[in-house]
Design a protein around this ligand. Structure first.
Ligand SMILES: Cc1cc2nc3c(=O)[nH]c(=O)nc-3n(C[C@H](O)[C@H](O)[C@H](O)COP(=O)(O)OP(=O)(O)OC[C@H]3O[C@@H](n4cnc5c(N)ncnc54)[C@H](O)[C@@H]3O)c2cc1C
Length: 248
């Protein structure tokens, strides 16, 4: 869902409920794992040799995953272009190992007025206690309130930002009024091992041996990255799921 309200003429603010993830560059295949693993016993091998025995290849990847021999899963690279609210990026950048980030600047350019509003399917109400809680549907009144409160607040914040810019205040100062629901964008580069660690923590999945309770919005990013990765490295992806989605 994405819309620009007609009433926001002075500040052309728009609201979005989705995050987007584009795979912009990759060098990632199951054969990268096999090469790296087999160098310890067989030296350099051709792709043809690796293709000769697919069952053996699948078995080796599964063994590496199961016994947590992680380094063969690092010889590959995926670069994603991600568009998501700032609060998602705050969580994302806690993942320090095997990740590189570059995010758009609020110092060098004016930030675009695009803000996050939860979609109709976003569960709004938390029940239980931290570490043992679940989210349930909100009522129509809660959805209406959330949308209205967020949109009003975003409009007001962006109007203040524009007012300061118009008065000559520097972008890096004026941006302080913008909330964490503002959309940002970044390139994030990882390898299969660091992605698996991320997915183990930031997605909920029936095959996960260790359950996690991620915020839904970062999970939405994780799900899209996962779908791209599954296409690039199907054997590795299958072994990750078969072994409880624990990064090796
Ligand atoms: C559901 C959920 C709730 C969370 N809630 C909070 C919260 O309330 N507050 C908060 O601050 N954070 C919170 N986090 C963030 C969390 O604490 C981690 O920072 C984040 O998940 C990244 O995990 P990581 O450190 O394992 O990843 P990475 O930084 O990518 O590290 C990968 C691995 O490398 C090793 N490693 C990395 N750095 C070090 C180091 N300095 N010393 C030793 N080993 C290291 C560890 O084995 C680590 O698992 C939450 C995360 C999740 C998934």
């Amino acid at each position: 869902m994405s819309h620009t309200p007609e009433s926001a003429e002075s500040a052309p603010v728009s609201f979005r409920s989705e995050v987007t993830v584009e795979l912009v560059k990759h060098s990632a295949a199951d054969s990268d794992v096999l090469w790296a693993a087999r160098v310890s016993t067989a030296g350099e091998q051709s792709l043809e040799e690796l293709r000769k025995d697919p069952e053996r290849s699948k078995g080796l990847i599964n063994y590496l995953m199961r016994d947590r021999h992680g380094s063969p899963f690092e010889h590959n690279s995926m670069t994603f272009f991600i568009s998501a609210p700032i609060f998602v990026f705050r969580e994302f950048m806690r993942h320090r190992v095997g990740w590189s980030y570059n995010e758009e600047s609020g110092r060098y350019r004016q930030l675009e007025p695009v803000f996050y509003v939860p979609g109709g399917s976003r569960k709004l109400v938390q029940q239980g206690r931290p570490g043992k809680y679940e989210f349930v549907e909100g009522t129509p009144a809660q959805h209406e309130l959330t949308t209205r409160a967020m949109e009003d607040s975003y409009r007001q914040a962006y109007a203040a930002y524009q007012e300061m810019l118009a008065a000559g205040v520097a972008r890096e100062v004026a941006r302080a009024v913008l909330p964490v629901g503002l959309f940002s964008s970044m390139y994030a580069t990882c390898n299969a091992r660091s992605l698996m660690h991320f997915l183990g923590l930031r997605t909920q999945h029936e095959l996960a041996k260790v359950p996690s309770f991620p915020q839904r919005e970062i999970e939405m990013v994780g799900e899209q990255m996962e779908a791209h990765w599954a296409e690039l490295m199907p054997l590795t992806y299958g072994a990750f799921n078969a072994n409880g989605r624990i990064a090796p």
